[in-house]
Design a binder for this molecule. Structure first.
Ligand code: ADP
Length: 288
């Protein structure tokens, strides 16, 4: 089996600043670092590190070819990442000494993924494979309906949250994952709670409180593992990548969530995103 991830690839440019900028202010940074980021890329790396066969479907500009190369180094198949004549998506991130941040996102190539790239990828997909979508690219609805028609398991991480986009893909989904804030936003926008949704499996992640799984036999809660968090960025993406990799590799939902819980607890003890997602050997060795 395999995972096909139609997902964002961002270049994260992180500026350390004495405080978050005020309107009209000019401020020198005290440091700058550049990372591979984007929810899509993070999920691909997490699933690959959890030993799944992952194919990323996406786009970068020429300035972001290194980001696609980085994904390849992490074990992700990058043949379906188009290099377009446009900018790679960028996240300009300011971080103050207290860890507070402010982010400007330039969507760039992430929202210009050509339909032909999706079609070429899907021509290789097999019944029973997973198709994973988030909210930072174009083509979600097209991909979801194509995936459903082909008998793929269609999974959607509803972030960044947009009620119209969730409703557009909902009829095609087998798996939906939201964090607590997104679940609340869905409830406000549509009146539907996770157990009302017409989706086989719904997971609501609850940060340090763990996760709830709403499946065919009702709701099941999974506690998080107690750790000292230093940076919670990417916790949800790590969790999602690990759950889907587990399911794709034939593990039960319980086993997959337990492994994802360990992986994301380890993740919050580290600074950074895609580059520091733990691999399976670290997760298996991690004692709760
Ligand atoms: P998101 O990053 O999408 O907001 P969450 O914050 O809900 O997602 O985190 C996803 C998962 O990561 C949780 O279900 C939990 O297993 C793990 N996690 C997040 N924060 C912590 C924490 N402080 N301690 C231990 N595990 C955590």
């Amino acid at each position: 089996m395999a995972i096909w991830n139609l997902g964002s690839i961002n270049v994260d440019i992180v500026f350390s600043v004495p405080h978050i900028l005020e309107p009209g202010e000019t401020l020198s940074s005290t440091g700058r670092e550049i990372f591979l980021g984007g929810k899509g890329a993070n999920m691909s790396v997490a699933a690959a590190r959890a030993a799944a066969r992952v194919n990323h479907i996406g786009a970068v500009g020429k300035d972001g070819e290194w980001a696609a190369d980085r994904l390849l180094e992490y074990g992700v198949d990058t043949r379906n990442i188009a290099v377009l004549d446009t900018d790679t998506a960028q996240a300009i991130i300011m971080v103050d000494p207290h860890g507070e941040n402010a982010i400007v996102l330039h969507p760039g190539a992430n929202v210009e993924i050509p339909q032909t790239v999706l079609q070429t990828a899907m021509a290789e997909a097999q019944t029973g494979d997973w198709l994973v979508l988030q909210n930072e690219t174009n083509l979600q609805r097209t991909a979801a309906s194509m995936g459903k028609q082909m008998g793929l398991n269609v999974a959607y991480a509803a972030a960044p949250f947009d009620p119209d986009r969730v409703m557009a893909v909902l009829p095609y989904l087998d798996f939906l994952i939201l964090n607590a804030v997104e679940a609340e936003q869905l409830r406000e926008a549509t009146g539907q709670s996770p157990d009302d949704l017409p989706v086989r499996d719904v997971i609501v992640t609850l940060g340090a409180d763990g996760a709830d799984w709403y499946g065919t036999s009702g709701k099941q809660h999974f506690d998080a593992i107690k750790v000292e968090p230093v940076d919670t960025t990417g916790a949800g993406d790590t969790f999602t990548g690990y759950v889907l990799a587990g399911l794709d590799r034939g593990m039960t939902m319980e086993q997959s969530i337990e492994q994802a819980t360990k992986a994301s607890a380890l993740m919050v003890t580290r600074h950074g995103t895609a580059d520091v997602i733990p691999d399976l050997s670290e997760v298996l060795a991690f004692q709760s």
